[in-house]
Write a protein that binds this ligand. Structure first.
Ligand code: CAA
Length: 379
């Protein structure tokens, strides 16, 4: 057993940190304040080959492993979690199902531009009445000659306003339950695909989230992804990998909260000495260091399982559950350590506090993570 990162992974971390110091940190506060999609940074991330880092080079990816992807996301989130989720939803939720279930032609047409960052991807599963109960989808897809006709509405779709392609889930046969759901590749220019209301979020405000409406949306017959009726499995398998990405994001947020807390507690003087010398602060820092490290081990282990070709559904759920709850606790502690200044808009810990919460919700709530973990343990 080796707990050290390989030289290659250490170099990736160093490269992402330098990139973030130069390109991401300087705009993170402004991106959050203005709900601005950081297009210029995403272009630079694409130049680094991080938009498809764990996909093969033959599809425009960097041919690296899941561990490399985790490090990229962790460091991006440490700087700006909005930027991080743009990359993770794009890669894990749009890139992965295309890679795993797409035909060669679909991969060439959609995965390659995604990996190169020439096109952004989105994943449209959630509906107003089908959130945690993903199988309760009411969006329908009916074959009409050589075209599928989709009708329904999706909500909380990350990247939707900037996406060139959406992976959409719809019922092709309601009588078959989860086996009646199918997955579709819907390009943004498909007639009847409408980007609905922009959603004004508490955190990760630089990542754009909106409704996606399908009104007699027509796509070619060959845009079915995987087999008809395979959609629920595709969604679940996609989310298994996505949860490693969200665990990485939560880890980066928690690490940033710790970094800020250490720095501030050494600078802030009360009772004639830095507050870092006071036991209540030291105890908080000790808990933070321990929990961040535990999150890191769980997240890296889930990535390692993926890279080894081992089952990783429960491992991803454990990593996401623990890392996201850690991120929420750590950012709360970080605001507490900062006192009044931590409650003021524009301070990094105030942003981290708001950004952390979503990691307990999207790509499966903490309650869903517990269902998945218990399901695995009790099988
Ligand atoms: N891999 C492969 N197959 C799986 C699977 C997995 N991880 N999980 C379930 N399945 C299969 C089951 O084996 C079963 O197949 P069979 O019928 O052949 O046995 C089938 O799927 C149905 O499984 P369940 O009976 O367990 O399904 P369920 O309806 O009870 O749902 C659930 C279980 C875990 C609650 C699931 O609905 C779930 O994960 N819900 C949360 C959805 C979610 O994470 N949504 C987030 C949306 S994405 C997002 O956040 C947006 C963004 O842009 C960031």
């Amino acid at each position: 057993m080796d707990f050290n990162l390989s030289e290659e992974h250490q170099l990736i971390r160093q490269g992402v940190q330098e990139f973030c110091d130069k390109n991401v940190c300087p705009i993170a506060e402004e991106v959050d304040r203005n709900q601005r999609y950081p297009e210029e940074v995403i272009k630079k991330i694409a130049e680094q080959e991080w938009m498809g880092i764990y996909f093969p080079t033959e599809y425009g990816g960097a041919g690296a492993d899941m561990m490399s992807y985790v490090i990229v996301l962790e460091e991006l989130a440490r700087a700006c979690s909005s930027t991080c989720v743009v990359v993770s939803a794009h890669s894990s939720l749009a890139g992965y199902p295309l890679y795993k279930f797409g035909t060669e032609e679909q991969k060439q047409k959609y995965l390659t531009p995604l990996c190169k960052g020439e096109m952004i991807g989105a994943f449209a599963l959630t509906e107003p009445g089908a959130g945690t109960d993903a199988a309760a989808s009411t969006t329908t897809a009916v074959l009409d000659g050589n075209e599928w006709v989709l009708n329904g509405s999706k909500i909380f779709i990350t990247n939707a306003p900037v996406a060139g392609v959406h992976i959409v889930f719809a019922m092709t046969d309601k009588s078959k339950g989860t086996k009646g759901i199918s997955a579709f590749i819907v390009p943004c220019e498909a007639p009847g695909l409408i980007i609905g209301k922009h959603l004004d979020k508490m955190g990760i405000r630089g990542s754009l989230t909106s409704e996606v409406l399908l009104k007699n949306c027509r796509i070619p017959k060959e845009n079915l992804l995987g087999a008809e009726g395979q959609g629920f499995k595709i969604a679940m398998m996609t989310l298994d990998g996505g949860r490693i990405g969200i665990a990485s994001q939560a880890l980066g947020i928690a690490q940033a909260a710790l970094d800020e807390s250490i720095k501030y507690s050494k600078e802030r003087v009360q009772f004639g000495k830095p507050i870092s010398t006071l036991q209540p602060i030291q105890w908080m820092i000790a808990n933070m260091v321990s929990e961040v490290q535990a999150s890191r081990f769980l997240t890296y282990h889930a990535a390692w399982c993926y890279d080894q070709g081992l089952p990783y559904s429960s491992q991803a759920a454990m990593a996401k559950l623990f890392a996201s709850e850690t991120a929420v606790r750590q950012t709360d502690r970080a605001v507490q350590i900062h006192g009044g200044i931590g409650y003021i808009k524009g301070t990094k810990v105030e942003r981290l506090f708001r950004d952390a919460k979503i990691t307990e919700i999207y790509e499966g709530t903490s309650e869903v993570m517990r269902m998945v973990i218990a399901g695995g343990a009790l099988r």
